[in-house]
Design a protein around this ligand. Structure first.
Ligand code: NAG
Ligand code: NAG
Length: 503
């Protein structure tokens, strides 16, 4: 965006102050159009000051909303991305755009299900709220108005639908694809599931050419699909990350931990791309088994990997970087695992780390849900080193190898700040009603504010994975009851990222 466009945005905000907002926005008519400096929280990362200016938007899609294919819309905060070129100022201080959201592997009432991978398009209007007054829960939802548009589903080669069933089978490597996780051929389900690729989808990167990358937990792999949802490419990580038995046999199940490699359900939760679209980054949710990943008290040293995707026709993008990220610890010294990363600027990333508490979680009271920052500029690049073999742990029993310098990690945007939540009619802790913040936030997206006076300001979007928790669930024409109604919640923060430029 040019500098002039930024100036026009500022002028328009001024005009909207004079004419006032539509009366439907009630007490927001006289609301400020700039953040209140008292909300600002600054942190220092390697000498640079990053600022969280506070929560500015909240929206939701109800837990019982049914998408165009007839299934309950759920799990969508597993991954979000803003559709390229869709984010625009409306000229009245509001912003419009389209979020693409990708659920994981379906509802969890009774084990894994035959849930085909898919993505949803959701239009939004963001009307940032900077005021101090506490909006009520209904008014707060007008700050991020969400409109579901459409869904399309994923297929692999030969138009075979993907599934989400536990990966009890292995397809041998063939025609440019590595050995792949399959649904169990022996399961008593329609034989269309025979030999089907199974995905536990977690990360999403949209490319400007219409193709997209997803990351998954079973492999843990990174897959590229074309714009119509057909699999075109699979990236297999180094051996140290593959789930293997001590005899070196691969076993992709998420039910049991392997002897080495990614722990069950601790695969590639995190996926992002640099601004040029040429380096893809994936990160494990927590440590691999040999690196301390078999216990929460030793699983903090996870791995961030970089792949060169500058040549779209390259079948095997090369691993160009691999760094150790020290995840934060709870007050009981347990690892707060990572649910997403997002590229900020060269060497700097957001890491979303959290506990499992909140609405739909283990406990009502969440102690840690944050979009934190890491800097890898001083970290040791171990790509291609002995550590890419599971025989050489980076952190045996959770103790980091002395030859490795990990990433710098600082806490940043706190999702469970009581004062910020209260401004949007939300809360943390009891009671467990619709205004309780969701437990499982797993996605991040950035959009430029386009404010010439604050050229490094961005909107940080995040959405929760509600685990399809609905008492009125629908899947494949059948009802299901998850015993609880947890809406699909979305939050938007305004942040200053001095190393990135938005105008
Ligand atoms: C298995 O699939 C084939 C081909 O789609 C179909 O003809 C056959 O009836 C199916 N068998 C069962 C038991 O569903
Ligand atoms: C959460 O709060 C509700 C009351 O709203 C209570 O019934 C429930 O037991 C609480 N859950 C936990 C784990 O404390």
């Amino acid at each position: 965006m040019s500098r002039i466009a930024g100036v026009i945005t500022v002028l328009c905000v001024g005009v909207s102050l004079v004419v006032g907002r539509p009366t439907s926005l009630g007490k927001r008519a006289s609301a400020p159009t700039e953040h209140d400096p008292k909300f600002a929280v600054s942190v220092n990362l390697n000498g640079v000051t990053f600022v969280n200016k506070g929560l500015v938007g909240f929206g939701l899609i109800p837990s019982d909303f049914v998408e165009s294919t007839g299934d309950t819309l759920g799990g969508i905060g597993s991954a979000i991305a803003i559709k390229p070129s869709s984010f625009k100022p409306n000229g009245d201080g509001t912003f419009g755009g389209t979020l693409i959201a990708q659920p994981d592997r379906g509802f969890n009432v009774d084990g894994t299900i035959d849930y085909q991978g898919r993505q949803h398009a959701i239009d939004f209007v963001l009307s940032p709220y900077y005021g101090d007054d506490e909006l009520d829960f209904d008014d707060a939802q007008e700050t991020l108005a969400l409109t579901y548009k459409s869904t399309f589903r994923y297929t692999e080669r030969n138009n075979v639908p993907t599934t989400g069933l536990d990966a009890l089978g292995v397809r041998a490597a063939q025609s440019g694809f590595p050995s792949s996780p399959l649904a169990d051929p022996q399961m008593p389900i329609p034989n269309s599931s025979f030999s089907r690729l199974t995905l536990d989808l977690e990360g999403l990167v949209l490319n400007s050419d219409g193709t997209f990358w997803i990351s998954d937990e079973y492999g843990p792999y990174i897959y590229r699909f074309d714009g119509s949802g057909r699999l075109v490419q699979t990236i297999q990580p180094p051996q140290a990350i593959l789930p293997e038995s001590s005899k070196g046999n691969i076993d992709f199940t998420s039910d049991d931990d392997p002897d080495t490699g990614r722990a069950g359900n601790q695969g590639f939760e995190c996926l992002t791309v640099d601004s040029a679209g040429t380096t893809l980054y994936a990160m494990l949710q927590s440590a691999a088994i040999q690196d301390g990943g078999d216990d929460k008290s030793t699983s903090r040293y996870t791995r961030l990997l970089a792949y060169d995707i500058s040549n779209p026709s390259s079948v095997r993008p090369s691993l160009t970087g691999e760094w150790v990220v020290p995840l934060p610890l709870s007050d009981k010294d347990n690892t707060l695992a990572a649910s997403e990363i997002h590229f900020v600027s060269s060497n700097v990333f957001f890491v979303l780390a959290r506990d499992g508490d909140g609405h739909g979680g283990d406990d009502n009271n969440s102690k840690y849900k944050q979009a934190d920052l890491i800097d890898i500029s001083k970290a040791t690049n171990i790509a291609g080193s002995k550590f890419d073999s599971s025989k050489n742990p980076i952190a045996k029993k959770g103790k980091l190898d002395s030859s490795i310098i990990p990433a710098t990690y600082v806490g940043f945007v706190d999702f469970v700040d009581d004062d910020q939540l209260a401004r949007f009619g939300l809360h943390n802790g009891k009671p467990a009603d619709a205004t309780l913040i969701d437990a499982k936030w797993e996605s991040l997206a950035l959009a430029p504010v386009g404010d010439a006076a604050n050229p490094h300001d961005f909107f940080l979007f995040t959405a929760a994975d509600n685990d399809f928790m609905s008492t009125k669930g629908l899947f494949d024409g059948e009802k299901f009851d998850a015993g609880l109604d947890v809406d699909n919640q979305f939050l938007v923060f305004r942040v200053t990222l001095p190393t990135a430029t938005s105008v």
